[in-house]
Structure formats: structure tokens, C-alpha cells
Design a protein around this ligand. Sequence first.
Ligand SMILES: NC(=O)c1ccc[n+]([C@@H]2O[C@H](COP(=O)([O-])OP(=O)(O)OC[C@H]3O[C@@H](n4cnc5c(N)ncnc54)[C@H](OP(=O)(O)O)[C@@H]3O)[C@@H](O)[C@H]2O)c1
Length: 251
Amino acid sequence: MSARPFEGQHALVTGGSRGIGAAISRTLAGLGAKVFINYVERDAPAQALLAELRAAGHQAELIRADIGEPDDVRELCRFVAERTSKLDMLVLNAGATVFRHAHEFTPAHFDWVMRTNVGSVFTLVQGLLPLLEGHGARVVTLSNGAAVRFMERNALFGAAKAAIEQLTRLLAVELGPKGVRFNCVRPGTVATDVLQVRPDLAAYLEKERTRGLGGNTTPQDCADAVALLCSAQAARITGQVLVVDGGVSLG
Ligand SMILES: NC(=O)c1ccc[n+]([C@@H]2O[C@H](COP(=O)([O-])OP(=O)(O)OC[C@H]3O[C@@H](n4cnc5c(N)ncnc54)[C@H](OP(=O)(O)O)[C@@H]3O)[C@@H](O)[C@H]2O)c1
């Protein structure tokens, strides 16, 4: 197997500048792809990652866009289309979370969480379809355990992630004839910036560390799963949700 199986291919990673997305950007670039790294607000980590990848001899470009804003998504799609006629990998990684009890959600929370997590799957796939169809492209979405079980203060986010999982299956069937594979990665708890708001994070990670295979799930574990689903070896895998949590969610 080639050390750079994605040589000559193009990938777009939404939210690709920090956390799990940064590991995905690094991994796909390391495997030879040119990576378009999307982010929304924080220039510094995005610029640092770009410099790191280019210093390592990889190809990458940054594109700032809020995936929850259809005008931004149009610009993002135009940016990619100006640089390549074929997008080989689309990783829909960026997510929007509001940690609240179900009775505390406002209509604005509902609109933002659904638009950013679920609406963006439609707008990005629709906008990029001309670049995805007809040449074996792979789309990978990111879910969360709240899609399938109760997680404290995660009702709205869990509903959005459940929609993403089902959309992954539906799009796999609908767009399979166009040669596009759709799969989803559902990671366990990964200690990225977004979780630092949890006052119980250390205790939570410690509890998980002792279960299943032991240890905690890392951004690299998730990135490796994305690369696996994008690989030629996964050519017959579509419409699936791959759980990456060391067995923690099984008991
Ligand atoms: N961490 C976990 O435990 C965990 C577990 C299961 C699933 N997941 C899922 O994995 C994915 C990545 O999670 P993470 O923990 O790595 O998140 P994170 O650290 O919060 O990811 C931040 C990245 O997303 C970008 N971003 C945020 N909102 C965006 C928007 N509206 N448009 C474009 N980019 C946006 C950020 O850009 P800026 O830097 O500009 O803000 C940054 O690049 C999410 O879908 C999440 O639900 C995470």
C-alpha cells in the first residue's frame, strides 16, 4: 500500500483548524491530499496549522466561512471550485453545541444548532455536488454519542447528530449512483477545546479511561477512522456509522 494513497486528491475539512478537525487535516495532508481547511473565527490556530503543514511539505489552504450561513457556504463552494474541478473527500466535521437542559432552549438556540449541524450538510453537499459526483468521492460526517443515548444537557445537539447520522444513510443511497460514498464517524469523548467548559471533564475522562480498551479517545483516533473510511480499502462501505470510542459506549 502506498504511503501517500491520497496523492493528487483534494479534501475539504470543515472546522479543520482545531481539535478533531485539525487531526483530520494533518492526517489527510500527510497521506498526500491537498487540504482545504475551513474555520470560522480564530485566525491564529488556523494560520499555525497552515504553516506547520506547509513546513512539512504538504499542500493546504485556509478558507474562513461559517457553515451555518448559506451565503458563506456559497463562497466556500466557489473557493473550492476555483481551485479544483474534483473534490475527492469532504469531511463535515464542524459542529455547533449549546449545553442546556431541554426546557432551557430558545427558538434561537434551536435555529442555530439545527442550521449549523444539519442544514450545513445539505448546503455543502448541494453546493459541492458538481465537484463530488462521478469519480468516487467520499463524504464523512461526524456524530456524537448523544445521537443514540441520553447525555446530560445535550438534547438539542443529540437530535441534530441523530439527524446527521440518518442523513448520512439517506444520502448514501440517493447519491450512491453518482459514485459518492457517505459514512459517519461517531467518536467517544475527546478532550478538545469545546469540552473545556465542562467542570467535571477531568473526572469524566478518568471514568472513561478505565473502561473498554482503556485510555481516552484522541483526535488522531478519529482522524484515522476518517482516513480509513476514505481509503480504497473501504470502497464497498457506505451509509455506515463507525463508533470510535475504545468500546466505552458498549458498557
Ligand atoms: N470532542 C468530543 O468529545 C466529540 C465527541 C463526539 C463528537 N464530536 C464531534 O466532532 C466534531 C469536532 O469536534 P471538536 O471537539 O474537535 O470541536 P472543536 O474543538 O470545537 O472544533 C473547532 C473547529 O470547528 C470550527 N468551527 C466551529 N464552528 C464553525 C462554523 N460554524 N463554521 C465553520 N467552522 C466552525 C472552529 O473554527 P474556529 O477555530 O475559527 O472557531 C475549529 O476549526 C464535531 O462535529 C463534534 O460534535 C466531538
